[in-house]
Write a protein that binds this ligand. Structure first.
Ligand SMILES: CC(C)(COP(=O)(O)OP(=O)(O)OC[C@H]1O[C@@H](n2cnc3c(N)ncnc32)[C@H](O)[C@@H]1OP(=O)(O)O)[C@@H](O)C(=O)NCCC(=O)NCCS
Length: 144
């Protein structure tokens, strides 16, 4: 098996949704996860959307974002039958490189507190939790 990596394109949208569903990530097809928004963001930042493919089949993906002060790793996911083979590690490496090239010096991610596998994954890749920080947000649209 040879896994290849490339930027995701608008035509990969349906496969991306399948990867999120198969890996157990929550999927909303509205707001920022809608085809329209994802396509718009892919056009703005093509390097920030990375997919892992096995003979043309999308089996893992990640979306990087930058708010200029910090980079973010979002929606890192690998379908179960391909987990434990280094695919997410490679996706993370590619995203980190893009973010570093864009000028950020801090890379963050948000992880649900019961997602022990992901916590371990990020900890062993030099990410650390800030126990004194609480995540606050203001949701301006209910469906996003
Ligand atoms: C978290 C997630 C993305 C990790 O994906 P993955 O492809 O299994 O990750 P990797 O294979 O790169 O690394 C996982 C472990 O397998 C090990 N591994 C790497 N290559 C391997 C190989 N060829 N054979 C066996 N194990 C291997 C790694 O050492 C790593 O262990 P470590 O964390 O103790 O170092 C995946 O479990 C997933 O999709 N989870 C559901 C979605 C989710 O929760 N995403 C995170 C949102 S914050």
């Amino acid at each position: 098996m040879e896994i290849t990596y490339r930027n995701l394109r608008p035509e990969d949208y349906d496969s991306l949704i399948q990867v999120w569903k198969a890996s157990g990530l929550p999927v909303r097809l509205t707001g920022r996860d809608s085809r329209e928004k994802i396509t718009e963001h892919m056009k703005e930042q093509p390097d920030f959307f990375t997919g892992a493919f096995d003979r043309g089949r999308l089996i893992g993906a990640v979306i990087a974002t930058s708010d200029l002060r910090k980079g973010w790793i979002n929606r890192l996911a690998v379908i179960p039958e391909y987990q434990g083979r280094g695919v997410a590690s490679e996706l993370l490496k590619i995203s980190e490189k893009c973010l570093i090239n864009s000028g950020v010096e801090i890379i963050s991610c948000l992880i649900m507190d019961d997602n022990h596998h992901s916590i371990k994954f990020f900890e062993s890749r030099h990410y650390s939790n800030s126990p004194d920080v609480l995540y606050f947000r203001k949701v301006l649209r209910r469906d996003t």
